[in-house]
Design a protein. Structure first.
Length: 70
């Protein structure tokens, strides 16, 4: 019984594909099936837009931390 409880708690990692990954997969499938006629730049836009937003938020966090230290 203890082994089963330990095993089930180890497998609960909480990962997943997320909204951005799912949207990218949908756009790629639509592009490959020729349902949409977008450039690959826009098909992959959920990836680079989320990356840019993450970098922007990290920069804001660093700026706030530097102002707090002064």
């Amino acid at each position: 019984m203890k082994g089963e409880e330990k095993m089930s708690s180890e497998n609960n990692c909480g990962g997943g594909i997320g909204f951005t990954g799912l949207l990218t997969i949908v756009f790629v499938i639509l592009k490959l099936t020729k349902t949409i006629n977008w450039s690959w730049l826009w098909v992959l836009s959920p990836l680079w837009i989320s990356f840019i937003l993450a970098i922007f938020m990290i920069l804001i966090f660093i700026i706030i931390l530097q102002r707090i230290d002064k």
